[in-house]
Ligand binder design. Structure first.
Ligand code: 0O2
Length: 203
């Protein structure tokens, strides 16, 4: 399965580049028209074969290339760190409105955060990639988040996984409080930026 997967990595890598370029184009035009860059920075990553196998095992996905292609949707991933919450939704809308983009999954973990406190907008899109003798669509998972959400996710990930130690209940509660406090700051900054009342609901 991994050998077959390695043969199609240009497809996934190509899809990742296509979507990344689309986002960069949107960011550049937005800057020219509105004097504002919605994107702070973009990180790109391909899931490693080890991580794919681990996820397939965890989710009970059969170890076949067909099942991998159908069920593992985050082989190619983009993390788009935005300047304001409003930018997250604007970019999501502008990207998914494009003719060659097929929306596969839309998970709003900003409106409904994960129990850990994690917030981000996750969008899986399929985009066509032109290869030597064919054109195929491949999925890309786009995680859109604010700078504050990104800071929290990085530090929480480090605490939970890199340190390799168990996170106590009290620490988990404190992490959720930190996530909520950061979200409050995000909303206030967004309100300042959009000249709105900070009590408004996002989006
Ligand atoms: P990596 O290396 O970050 O890509 P899954 O949770 O993967 O089994 P699903 O539906 O495929 O299920 O994905 P989901 O839940 O939409 O998003 C999973 C990804 O979101 C994770 O990727 C993380 O990047 C991020 N994420 C989700 N929950 C949390 C959280 O509580 N804390 C942090 N820091 N990040 C989170 P992976 O698969 O972990 O790997």
């Amino acid at each position: 399965m991994i050998e077959s997967f390695l043969a199609i990595t240009p497809l996934y890598r190509g899809a990742m580049r296509e979507v990344s370029t689309k986002l960069e184009v949107l960011d550049e035009e937005f800057q020219i028209l509105h004097d504002h860059n919605p994107i702070h920075h973009i990180e790109r990553r391909m899931k490693t074969p080890e991580s794919i196998v681990e996820k397939m095992g965890r989710k009970g996905v059969p170890f076949t290339i067909e099942a991998l292609r159908e069920q593992i949707l985050d082989v190619a991933g983009l993390r788009v760190v935005c300047n304001h919450i409003g930018d997250i939704y604007r970019l999501g809308e502008m990207l998914t409105a494009q003719d060659d983009i097929e929306l596969v999954r839309y998970s709003d973990y900003i409106e409904k955060p994960k129990s850990s406190g994690y917030r981000s907008l996750h969008i899986v899109v399929k985009v066509p990639v032109f290869l030597i003798d064919r054109c195929e669509k491949a999925p890309v998972e786009v995680q859109l988040r604010s700078l504050a959400m990104d800071m929290w996710a990085s530090l929480e990930h480090e605490l939970r996984y890199k340190s390799g130690r168990w996170v106590e209940d009290a620490e988990a509660r404190e992490l959720r409080r930190c996530a909520d406090d950061l979200f409050d700051i995000d909303r206030r900054m967004h309100a300042l930026f959009e000249h709105e009342d900070a009590t408004f609901a996002v989006p």
